[in-house]
Structure formats: C-alpha cells, structure tokens
Design a protein around this ligand. Structure first.
Ligand code: ADP
Ligand code: SF4
Length: 692
C-alpha cells in the first residue's frame, strides 16, 4: 500500500461548496473529440475518474456560436441541445467518485468563426490570433457586446449546472480564453474603462467572475484559469499585473488555476523544458489568496508533487499530459505501485491530435481515445480465450507493447531481440539531443515485463524463418522495425536520386555512431517531423558546419502540431545551422549537392563533404516475407498466424508502433485487418426531423 510520505497527496481538499477527494486534479485539456465524439470523450474522462483523479475537467467548451474555433473540435455548450452530451460525461465521471469541471470559454479574437460566420470580437480591432492565421479580423467590442457576453456566460453557467458539473471555470489563460486578451496590454489598447491600467484591464474578468459566482449560487465551485506571466515583459501580462489581479480578486473564485504564457509555453515538450518548468513563476502567488491553487508542470514524480504541496506552491497537482499517459497515476501512488506509473515523455503527440482534429492519441498510452470505440482500458486486459504461445520478434515499441499486453492477457510470450538491449528505435533515439525522456517508453514496458512470469525475453537472437518454424509457436508477431532510406526517396522524390561520389548517411547510421567525413554536412529533410532538426542539432553540436535543406516552408514543419516548430527553428538558428527552406536536393556528387528552389525549380549547388538524408523509411519485413513464403510448412509447425506490426508493417511514429502492438495483442484471436466491418464503434450525427 501507499508510502505514508505521500499521505498529504491524498488529503481531501474543499473547493468552495464541493470537496475534492484528494489533490490530483486533471486540468482542462483538448482531445480532438469534443462535440463530435461525444461518448468517446465521456468514456475517456471516466477512465481518469476511475484512475483516482479527484477532479476531471473538460477541455475548453465554447459558450456561444459567436465564438467558435472551427476547424478544431472542442466541447460546446452553445445552447440546450448540447446539454445531453455533457450530462453523459458528468454522469460517467461521477460514477467513479470524481468531481466534474467544465472550462467555459469565449475565445473572442482567438477564433475565426469559420462555421458560424459571424465577426469575432475582441478588445480592439485586430486580425484574429489563431494557429491557422485565417484572413479574419476581430472587431472591437462595444458596451452592448460586453453586456451580451456577460449574459451569454451566465446562461452557459446555468446550462453547465443543469449538465451536472461541480466546478465551472472562467477561462482567462493561454491567450485562448478571450478574457486573457482584455487582461493583456499586447491585445488591449482600449481607451475606455476596460483598457489602460490593470484595474481597467481586469474589469471584464471581475465582472464575469462575479456574475459566475452569483449564477452558481453555491451549487458548484467557481475556478479561474489565468495566465500568470505572458513571458513578454511589460508588453504582456506581467507578474505585477497578476499580483494586482490576485490582490483585487484573489478571494472571488473558489480556486485559482495558474498557467504560464501561451499554450505552447505551458505545454512545453521535454525537448525544450523540464518537469516543473512553471515553478519559478508560480512561486509566491499562493500567498496572495486563501483559495486553493492548482498548477501544472508535467508532474509524474510523486516526490516532486509532494514538494509542490509541502513548499506551499500548490494545493492541487494539476495534470493534463501525465493524466493522458497514465489515467491511473493517482491510484498507482495510492497503492504504492510507483514502478507501474507510465510516465509522460513530453512529446506532445496528444496535442497533435487536437491540432489535426483527430481523436487524442498518446505515445505512452495506446488506449487513450480508444476507451469507448474499441473498448481498450489502460490497465485492464481481457483474458485470452484459449491458451496461446506467441513469439514476438523485435523489442522496439511495437514488440514491447505487444509482449506486455499479451502477457497481461495471459498468453505465453517469448520476446526475442537481435541486439543487446530492449527498445529498438526508442532506445536509440533517446540518445539524440533533447530526446532523453523518450526512454520512458522502454522503461515502463521493461518494468511490466519483469512482473510477468509468462513473458520471457532473449537478447542477441536474430530470428530466421527456419528458427521460428522450429519452435512451434501458435502465433508470431514480426516487430522488426524499419530503416531510413539512403536513396533520397520520400515525399519530394518518389524515385531514387543520383548520389554517386557523395558520402550519404541516414539517421540510422548516425545513431549507430557513424559520422560523415570532412567538416560540412548537408542534411536533407523531406520527412518534416522531428528527425531532420534533431540530426542537424546533433551534427552541429559535434562541430560540423551544417546546412539543413528542406522543401518545407520552415524546418520540421509538422512540429507545428506538437507546438515545437518555432522553438526548433530558433534553436537551429542559435546553433548556427544554415537553413535552406523551400529547397530540395536534386542530386549528390563528389564535393556537394545540387539543390533546386521548391517553387521555381531554379538550381544552385551547395558544397559539402557528406550528406544525411532524412526522407522515407522501408519496413524490415524480410522475416515476415520469408515466413509467408513458407506457409505450406505452417500446419506442420503448429503455426496459425504471422503478422508484421509496427514499423515492420508500415513505418510510422513511435505512438503508431505502440498502438499497433496493443492492437495485435487485443486482436490475437481474430484480427480485424481484413474485416469488411468497421472495427470500432462510432457515433453518427442524429438527423434533424425532415421537412415534410
Ligand atoms: P518498431 O518501432 O516497429 O517497434 P523498432 O525498429 O523500434 O520497430 O524495433 C525493431 C527491433 O527489432 C529492433 O530492436 C531490432 O534489433 C529487432 N530486430 C530486427 N530484426 C530482428 C530479427 N530477425 N530477430 C530479432 N530481432 C530483430
Ligand atoms: Fe505525454 Fe506524449 Fe502521451 Fe502527450 S502523447 S501524454 S506528451 S507521452
């Protein structure tokens, strides 16, 4: 059972009229499901309540059609029609004994209103400040608009109570909640009583907070989520501003939820910020209010959590990502199972779900987003229907996840790995600059395997088809990974390019310790995720002159979805990497590469001693192919199925490999790969009554 040192984390804490059963608080977070995947969303939150969180919140919920953030999929509470969907969520969260919170949001100049088409509103006339840079401006709110907003917010509070929420948020954070724009001198240049001094800039916050407190009338708690420093010096919300806000309004809500800067700052990836990155900003603020305070910091260590409470920094341990990676984190601490915690790696693949308007996914937790539609649970596994002996070849993320999930299902599993270590690509990539935390994908699975008597693993065993057939397994999963191509084939080139005379390397070569000759390397990034930027950083730190050539408009362009792109580009510029965006490499020869402008095709040469191609990958599927070619021998060997999984099936992200490992284990008895049926539940929009 739990270590008594952590007792303080399990104290009940009142929040106004309600009581949280412990100090674990799942703060609002986006999930790409929102109003579209209603039951999936409800079930995802329910699993967190089951996992022991005292408070489980929605993501931001749009309160009115005049402020919506299409194409992004968030919760909605525009009118009566939205109540049943949210009531389903609160019911499920209550079922597991947690409080349900809703983050009411009027995004104002952060939404383009692409669906409702009405002009967005903000403190002043300014182009909307969205991730999508839509050609839309927000108009300055008049006194009537402010009165309307206050009424709409009160109405949304009323609907929230009728949906069963115990905690209602006023959202003034991340430059996403519209009240933030009024607080910030960056956006608020009004000359009336809502602009200028901090007393004026906080007027809208004061009014909406007071309205909300009055509207809930003690039937729920009121929380305020606020940016405590916009990280822009006097040009944005500053420490001085926030101290003034707490001085004036510190006692108005029942709880303060502190966030840092914009969402990119608050949810910084592990490549750019450590656990507890917000600490120095939060320090000292709790003393300015008697109300409980929640804050985040990608907390996964119970000792850090304890310190936050003991040192008086926080009353509640807030978590978005750690609760995604491990919905059962509180229960595991409570049960003294610290080794079972699946620690967030800080990769922001979850955030990318929201950015790509797809259901949330997580590198560490393959059941995230699949709780309802596929019936996957982060901790519970269905027993296999009949005894099964399964061989898993390859101990990368796909093989490790398949082996541990199969083990938990009760199969007899043998995991064989050609090299001397577990982890495959993750073990290797975690040694690249900034990616050390990714190692946790291996650590969690290694600790699970150690607890499973029915899973054995062997190193330095490169399996051949002959060996596989000789051992008499029922099922074989081929999780042998993939390798980066050296022939330039990727997005831009779908056929190999000439490179004779040039020393061409791949990320695999670099991870194996090889380095290009000479002093100047061209990195050709046609992958657009993290690897090109990471490789450029590695080589630059090794002392090379590095030119990064990419057909993308920016380096590591896809990382806008993990909110890292600006940080990556800044880091490479600071390191002195020469950036050649919107260019492609056409060919390599001794002494350099020929490049072309991605728009005009105009060619120019870059002299270099070697190149690293970060383009496409090919699956290592030879074992699967050899076994398929010998299908006549399967019966004799007792072999019933062979499937390639993870990168050996189709190279993808680490998250995709982990997910495939889980799917393999779930579908051991009956794969849905060739199914005519949709293999998961989905919610189809109900038709409005037809016009007669
Ligand atoms: P994935 O991301 O799909 O899990 P990885 O490339 O991370 O793939 O891992 C594949 C693992 O499989 C590597 O650790 C590699 O050493 C191992 N491997 C490849 N071929 C064989 C083989 N024939 N027998 C055993 N292990 C293999
Ligand atoms: Fe953490 Fe990555 Fe999972 Fe998000 S996707 S919760 S950052 S491990």
């Amino acid at each position: 059972m739990r270590d008594p040192r952590y007792d303080v984390l399990f104290e009940a804490v009142p929040i106004g009229p309600v009581v949280a059963r412990n100090r674990f608080f799942q703060v609002p977070h986006c999930n790409g499901m929102g109003y579209r995947d209603v039951t999936a969303h409800a079930e995802m939150r329910a699993v967190k309540a089951e996992g022991g969180w005292a408070v489980v919140c929605t993501e931001q919920a749009e309160i009115h059609h005049s402020s919506e953030i299409t194409p992004f999929i968030e919760a909605r509470i525009w009118d009566e029609q939205d109540i049943p969907a949210l009531a389903r969520l609160t019911e499920r969260v209550h079922h597991f004994g947690a409080l349900a919170g809703i983050e009411l949001a009027y995004n104002g100049m952060n939404g383009s209103n692409l669906a409702s088409r009405v002009a967005p509103m903000g403190p002043v006339h300014l182009p909307v400040a969205t991730f999508t840079a839509d050609p839309v401006q927000a108009r300055a709110m008049t006194g009537k608009d402010i009165a309307n907003l206050r009424r709409w917010h009160r109405q949304a509070v009323d609907r929230s109570l009728r949906a069963g929420f115990d905690l209602v948020y006023v959202y003034a954070g991340h430059a996403l909640g519209g009240i933030h724009h009024f607080l910030s001198p960056r956006y608020n240049q009004r000359t009336d009583e809502y602009g200028g001094s901090i007393e004026n800039r906080m007027r809208l916050l004061r009014e909406i907070l007071e309205d909300t407190v009055e509207a809930v009338a003690g039937r729920a708690a009121v929380a305020c989520r606020i940016t405590i420093d916009e990280l822009l010096g006097p040009g944005g919300i500053s420490r001085e501003d926030i101290e003034a806000v707490l001085g004036a309004l510190g006692e108005t809500p029942d709880l303060w939820d502190f966030v840092l800067g914009s969402w990119e700052d608050d949810s910084v990836t592990s490549r750019f910020g450590p656990e507890g990155a917000q600490e120095s900003y939060v320090a000292g603020l709790r003393a300015l209010t008697s109300k409980p305070v929640v804050g985040v910091g990608r907390f996964t260590s119970p000792d850090t959590m304890l310190r936050m409470v003991r040192q008086g920094l926080l009353d509640f341990i807030g978590a978005a990502r750690p609760s995604i990676a491990d919905p059962f984190l509180p229960r595991k601490i409570e049960e003294g199972r610290l080794d079972d915690i699946r620690e967030c790696i800080g990769c922001n693949v979850c955030v990318a779900g929201d950015f790509t308007m797809s259901p949330v996914r997580c590198t560490q937790n393959p059941s995230m987003g699949e709780e309802w539609r596929r019936g996957w649970h982060p901790e519970h596994f269905r027993r296999v229907t009949a005894p099964a002996r399964v061989l898993v070849v390859g101990a990368g993320p796909a093989g490790l996840e398949a082996a541990q999930a199969l083990g938990k299902r009760g199969a007899d599993v043998v995991l064989v790995e050609a090299s001397r270590e577990l982890g495959g690509r993750v073990a290797k990539e975690a040694r690249l600059p900034g990616l050390a935390a990714w190692r946790r994908v291996v650590d969690y699975r290694e600790s699970q395997l150690a607890q499973l008597d029915n899973v054995e693993h062997f190193f330095q065993s490169a399996m051949t088809a002959d060996e596989v057939l000789a051992y008499g397994f029922d099922h074989v999963a081929v999780a042998t990974g993939s390798s980066w191509r050296a022939d330039g084939v990727g997005r831009w080139h779908t056929l190999p390019i000439p490179t004779a005379g040039l020393a061409v390397f791949t990320p695999d070569d670099l991870m194996a310790g090889a380095r290009p000759p000479g002093g100047h390397v061209v990195v050709f990034d046609d992958d657009h995720y993290y690897m090109g930027g990471v490789v450029a950083e590695l080589l630059r730190r090794d002392g090379y002159a590095v030119t990064l050539v990419t057909p993308g408009l920016a380096v590591s362009a896809w990382t806008v979805n993990t909110m890292e792109q600006t940080r990556i580009q800044a880091r490479l510029i600071e390191l002195g990497v020469t950036l050649a965006c919107s260019r492609t490499v056409l060919a390599g020869a001794s002494g350099g590469v020929v490049t072309a402008c991605a728009f005009t095709g105009r060619e120019s040469e870059i002299a270099c001693d070697g190149a690293v191609f970060v383009t496409g990958r090919l699956p290592e599927d030879s074992l699967a192919a050899d076994l398929a070619a010998r299908s006549d021998d399967w019966d004799g060997a007792g072999l019933r199925s062979v499937r390639a999984i993870g990168d050996a099936h189709c190279p993808g992200t680490i998250a995709a490999a982990v997910w495939e490992g889980r799917r393999y284990a779930e579908e051991l008895e009956a794969s849905t790969e060739d199914s005519d049926e949709t293999p998961f539940k989905r919610e189809v929009t109900a038709l409005a009554p037809g016009e007669q």
